[in-house]
Design a protein around this ligand. Structure first.
Ligand SMILES: [Zn+2]
Length: 143
């Protein structure tokens, strides 16, 4: 198990994020994308090992921060709302998934922080608090 360390300053997180490796939960999800990881609250479930998937861990770490900002109910409500809205706009559940604001932000942060590695016992990502709020479902974002 790895810990996620949040430096001070621009970070919105706290401690207590857990990473569960080689977990069955993400393997269950095959639609509309084949999931390699899923984050629920402050727990990241990985299909494989964190050390083999540093980009995925960074992506999921952003979701733990989003969960902290919104709480479970709002997170899931916004997630489903964005997805359904995107599906109507973009005509595909997979494209709609990519345009969910939480996914846009997680992708962008994971991409931008490629220099940070999964160092032992500590994963770090750098982001603006509530960064997802500046994003839009109805404008196509780079995927
Ligand atoms: Zn995601």
């Amino acid at each position: 198990m790895l810990a996620i360390c949040w430096p001070s300053g621009s970070w919105t997180g706290g401690s207590g994020v857990k990473i569960k490796e080689n977990h069955w939960l993400p393997k269950l999800i095959r639609w509309p994308i084949r999931a390699t990881a899923i984050t629920l609250g402050q727990t990241i479930y990985l299909a494989g090992l964190a050390a083999d998937n540093p980009g995925t861990v960074r992506h999921e770490a952003v979701h733990t921060l989003q969960f902290q900002e919104t709480g479970w109910v709002r997170f899931l409500a916004i997630y489903v709302w964005d997805w359904l809205r995107g599906w109507r706009l973009w005509g595909s559940p997979r494209l709609a998934y990519l345009q969910i604001r939480f996914e846009q932000e997680a992708r962008e942060v994971a991409r931008r922080t490629t220099l940070l590695e999964v160092i032992p016992e500590c994963v770090s990502v750098l982001r603006k608090p509530f960064g997802w709020k500046q994003l839009r479902v109805d404008q196509w974002a780079k995927v």
